[in-house]
Design a protein around this ligand. Sequence first.
Ligand code: NG6
Ligand code: CA
Length: 503
Amino acid sequence: MKNTLLPSVLVSLLLLVGCANQTSTPISNSPNIVIIYMDDLGYGELGAYGATELKTPNMDRLANGGLRFTQGHASSATCTPSRFALLTGMYPWKNKRAKVLPGSASLIIDTTMVTIPKVLKSKGYTTGIVGKWHLGLGSGPINWNEPISPGPNELGFDSSYILAATQDRVPTVYIEDGLVVGLDPLDPIEVNYKENFDGEPTALSNPELLKLNWYDGHNNSIVNGIPRIGFMKGGEKAKWVDEDMADHFLFKAQEFVKLNKEKPFFLYYALQQPHVPRTPHPRFVGSTTMGARGDVIVEADWMIGEFLKTLEDEGLMENTLIIFTSDNGPVVNDGYADLSEELLGDHKPAGVLRGGKYSMFEAGTRVPFVTYWKGVISPGVSEALISQIDLLNSLASLVGSEQTPTDSKNLMDTFLGKSDLERESIVLEASTKTILKKGDWVLIPPYKGPAFYKMVRIESANSDAYQLYNIKEDVGQKNDLSKQMPEKLQEMIEEYQSAVATK
Ligand code: NG6
Ligand code: CA
C-alpha cells in the first residue's frame, strides 16, 4: 500500500478526533522524513534569512512555505561534532572523539547507541543516507579494498552512499554500503595521513599540476588538480569528479525516494556545499559574481529544487516532513585560494551575527533551520531556541517511539509550529570549547588562544575573561555585559558549570 493512502475508515476516525480537539487536520504519524543537511552554510546565506546578494529560490521555498527558525542551532561550530549530535542526540563534548576527523578515522558512534535512523527503522521506515558522512568508518586501520564496517549501515541506515570525510580529505571516492564504488581490484587504494607514498605528486612537489591553489593546509595528494588533506595512492577509476558530485548525490537521493516511495522512508541528504574545495559544475560557474563559493550555493539550491520536484512528481509532498539546516556556520577562506574572499562583495554569510565556523560567537552554530511539511506546517517564523540535537527525541515522538534518555528534547510540537515550547538552555561547542546559551543570554567562558583565527579571518571569541551577551537586544554580540551585570554573570557561570558537569 502506498503510504500516502490511509484506509478511509481510519481517515474518518482521525478527522473526528481532530474535530473534537478543535485542532487542524490530523497528521500522519509516519510521514516520510528528509533531513537536508548543508555543509558550512551560514545564517545569512538564504534570501529568506535576509541575503540580498545571493538568489536561493528553492531553499527560500522551504523557508517561506514552512516554519523558519531564527534561533535554530547546530550543536557545534564544526562538522563532525554537529553530525554526531544530530544522529545520536548526545552533546558532542561528551564524546572526546567527536572532533574534525581525518578520512582514515574509525567510527566514533558506538553501534549500540540509539540513532535517528535506528529509531525510525524500528517503526517500519526504510532509511538511507546520501552525501557527506564524516563520522569515521571501521574500527581500526581501514582496508579500502575490502568491505568497510562498521559504518552508517551498522547505525540504522538500510543504505548508504557517502563520501567518507570531507571533499578536501582523501580518499576521494564514493562508498556505497561499505564498498568503494568503481574500485579496480588491480589498482588498490592506500591512504596515509602521516606520510606520502614514494613518488606520488603532492602540491608541494608538483605545483604545476594544480588547477586550484591551496592557501593553508591542503598541500598533500593532488586529485583532479585539487590538492587535498592526506595522502592517497591508487584507486584511479574510483576517484570522484568533483564538479559532478552535486549531480551525483542528487541522482542518488532521487533514486532512493523513487525506490522507497511505497513505505515510509527517512533520507539523510547531506550535501557537500559550500564546504571547500568549491567545485561548481560548469553550468553553475559564473552564476553569481561571488566566485566559487556563491556558485556552489546556487548549485546546491538548484539540486534542492530538483529534489523537491521528485517528491512532487511522486505525489509525496503532503506526506513528507523536510528539515533543512546546516552543520555549522560559514567560512569564506577555508584553506584554498579560490577568490571567494576577494569576490564576496556585499554578501554577509553570517548575516547579522558575529563570528562564523569554528567560533564561539553566535554565527558558529546559529544556522538556517527550517521545517516544511506541505499542508501540515503553516508558513511562519519561530523564535524558539531549538537545536539539531533535539531531532532524535522529537522524531521519536512523531513516530510513536520511546524517548531516549539523552540530551535531546522532544520539541516536536515546536517543529510542527503547534507550540512555542523551546529549550531552556543549551551548551554549544566550538573547536572543543563550550559555551552556554540560556534564554536571551550567552555566556562565553575564558579560553586561551588567539582572539582572531588569522587564516580563516574569523573571531574565535577566545578571551582571558568571561563574556556575557544579551542576544535579544544585541544580536551582533557587540556589548559584553559581564562587568556591568555581575549578578547575571554569576548566575550564568553557575548554570554553565552545572550544565557541563552533568555528563
Ligand atoms: C580544517 C581544514 C578546513 C576544513 C575543516 C573541516 C585546513 C587548513 N583546514 O582543518 O579546510 O576541512 O578542517 O571542516 O586544513 S568541517 O566542516 O568538516 O568541520
Ligand atoms: Ca561543516
